[in-house]
Write a protein that binds this ligand. Structure first.
Ligand code: AMP
Ligand code: MG
Length: 345
């Protein structure tokens, strides 16, 4: 299949391009669309053949459920049911935005989407292109991240092309994603509510609406059966081995120097470390200032992909400090490192 790559304005999407993309959706084909988190691979939620194509194109196991994307809460009528009281408040506060909410599945919704579970994950993305495509398609769109399974999520149209060229109908390229890590997922079908995946909407923000919120820590080995879907430890992983460091700046620098003495490394560093690395002749990619969690989140997946393409023996990165989206970055790094954190004295 020839994949059409189409540049589109993020703020004022061209209606002809949106109509072309919606025609692919109507035909049961797949379209990669930008969202504020990462690029999503969209298909008509009510077309089982189209939904099956998503799993095939990504190489995604059918045990990993998909998020249903809507442009209007009215579209949930045949998607979810028995809405918990907290739902309306969450939707008013955080939608459109980077929050995915687990609701009881409507009996009419295919269990192929929910991987057999009786809950469905739903989100209203805050991106004009995604919203325009959902509206033009006149159906909710299922959309997992538009990458090959277990690769880092795509934050540019070129990342999508790298993984899926020839496997999907179209890519709508609106430039880099504003947030850069996947949405926060909260399960409000249980009490207290549980955060299944951290993202730009923080636990603190959710607790202002929900009261008590638990964060589910995800530390499963790939071989274990997951108690909830999508909890595989090895996820977001580059092919190059990745060494994840936890410690103060001096200890991180010592460890990087040691590694540099032994093999060809690249350091995904913070702005504060760039001059030091330059003096030592260490290759770097800068993620942003150490305290700028939002910039680090925006840079992370692109840096992992770029570092991976260069054939280094090792990628070294230190955990960012701080709360909010920095916590989501730590979670992604933890899994990219397959759960191994080097805690430095
Ligand atoms: P992606 O869109 O690629 O970020 O993947 C969607 C993720 O949403 C899955 O991997 C799961 O972690 C999560 N998810 C979707 N539906 C459910 C559900 N019904 N229960 C729990 N987690 C879900
Ligand atoms: Mg994904």
């Amino acid at each position: 299949m020839k994949t059409v790559l189409r540049s589109i304005s993020a703020s004022h999407p061209d209606q002809a391009d949106i109509a072309a993309a919606a025609a692919h959706i109507a035909a049961g084909d797949l379209v990669a669309m930008p969202t504020e988190t990462v690029y999503g691979l969209a298909a008509d939620a009510h077309n089982p053949a189209a939904v099956a194509r998503i799993f095939a194109a990504k190489g995604r196991p059918t045990t990993d459920p998909l998020i249903v994307h809507i442009a209007d809460v009215g579209q949930l009528a045949d998607v979810a049911t028995d809405f918990p009281p907290a739902f309306a408040l969450l939707a008013e506060t955080f939608w459109p935005g980077p929050l995915t909410i687990l609701l009881p599945r409507h009996p009419a919704l295919s269990t192929q989407i929910t991987a057999g579970f009786d809950t469905v994950a739903v989100r209203m993305p805050a991106h004009p292109v995604a919203l325009a495509l959902i509206r033009a398609s006149r159906t909710p769109l299922v959309a997992p991240s538009a990458n090959l399974f277990s690769h880092p999520s795509p934050t540019t149209g070129m990342h999508v092309m790298h993984d899926l060229d020839g496997r999907i109908a179209m890519v709508l390229d609106a430039g880099p994603c504003r947030i850069g890590v996947e949405s926060t997922i909260v399960d409000i079908t249980q009490s207290p509510a549980r955060i299944l995946r951290q993202g730009d909407v923080s636990a603190e923000q959710l607790s202002t609406v929900l009261g008590e919120v638990h964060i589910v820590t995800r530390t499963l080995a790939a071989s274990q059966a997951a108690p909830a879907p999508g909890m595989l430890l090895k996820h977001y992983a580059p092919r190059t081995p990745l060494m994840l460091l936890r410690g103060d700046s001096a200890a991180v620098r010592r460890t990087v120097l040691d590694a540099h003495a032994q093999k060809r490394i690249i350091w995904l560093c913070y702005a504060e470390d760039e001059a030091f690395a330059g003096m030592q002749g260490i290759d770097t990619m800068c993620l942003g200032a150490a305290t700028d969690g939002a910039q680090i989140a925006r840079s992370l997946f692109a840096a992992l992909r770029a570092a991976d393409a260069e054939g280094y023996a090792l990628i070294v990165i230190a955990e960012p400090q701080g709360e909010g989206v920095a916590a989501a970055v730590r979670d992604r790094l933890y899994r990219a490192a397959e759960g191994v954190v080097h805690t430095l004295a």
